[in-house]
Design a binder for this molecule. Sequence first.
Ligand code: NAD
Ligand code: UD1
Length: 351
Amino acid sequence: MPKRYGEMSKDMSDAVLVTGGAGYIGSHATLCLLEAGYSVVVLDNLCNSSARSLERVAQICGRQPHFVQGDTRDTALVEQTLKDHNVSVVLHFAGLKAVGESVEKPLMYYENNVAGSVSLCKAMQAAGVFNLVFSSSATVYGEPETMPIDEDCPAGVPTNPYGLSKKMVEQVLTDLAASDDRWSIALLRYFNPVGAHESGLMGEDPQGIPNNLVPYVSQVAVGKLAALQVFGDDYPTVDGTGVRDYIHVVDLAKGHLKAIDALKSRKGAHIWNLGTGVGYSVLQVVKAFEKASGRDIPFNIAPRRSGDIAECWANPEKAKAELGWVAEHGIERMMEDTWRWQRDNPEGYGV
Ligand code: NAD
Ligand code: UD1
């Protein structure tokens, strides 16, 4: 019999499988799930993370997730893991996310992100698990003409294989849900996740030189990088620099628990934006980080980065109405928590 987790017992004895649970967002979601009383199994191949993040999770909440080192493309392993742990819902974070790398290595991205998601769904079907929360991205909107972006805004054409892989997986999951009404699927479109756990024990640990703004700024603050390159100051925005909707990673993680609850009474595939509804420019982020850290962030104005859009922020009303979720933390808190993590862990998890 398929398990719908509306039927889960009150003590939540069924488990949640978190793919990519050792990574940045997945580890924060794992912590939230454990704190809320769920049993958690993490499946991660550690290609972009360290299992030390899960030790930190245990340090913070006193509970451990079960850890399976493995790959979403290993369908048999995933099916066995779902059965062994009596899993009833899957949070699917596992994937590759570096935009530039995806342009250089498209097959790697389509294989990992698209084929990995298909493999996961096949394993879920075989194990009788039909509840899935997928990590999508605002990148699927492409270059929208009006702000803020709501879920009815038509998906655009992402400019790179990473973005296209997210759009493709959304299509696969939408078709799957239409084909079989046992499925309940959340497509969560994240805006720009930043920040870290308030303890300073968990945060983002990018390998090599960061691609994204906030990790780059925080490495400038500790002297690992000399200066920020601001990609363009001639956009039609408040100060000419790009505007984004930055969202605290802990708020984002909590959105996943709300999505789990919302799926209990919904079949089919459902899209929710997870953002704050407020946009900040690059220079406003730099200023907020300087205030939080007390450090100067030297920067130079550089040419626009290919594929960037001028501005992007969410209308988060659908998530508020249907999930009962709103982002609680503002930009000051996002920068304070990022700084605490970077200051206390200049080498990240240290591996
Ligand atoms: P991350 O790289 O920190 O985490 C991803 C995790 O998945 C890593 O631990 C990695 O080792 C693991 N992984 C990758 N491929 C795997 C595979 N085939 N099998 C098993 N494990 C695998 O990234 P993140 O920032 O935590 O992002 C999580 C998800 O959210 C990703 O799908 C990403 O595309 C999506 N997302 C991220 C952002 C962002 O800005 N961070 C924005 C929108 C969407
Ligand atoms: C990027 C990806 C997006 C992905 C998201 C999360 C691109 C084009 N988009 O979003 O697909 O979902 O990361 O991984 O890569 N900036 C600088 N200097 C820097 C870095 C960034 O000025 O060194 C600027 C950018 O031009 C942008 C803003 O900071 O205006 C935010 O950039 P970033 O953190 O990379 O996020 P996105 O581009 O929104």
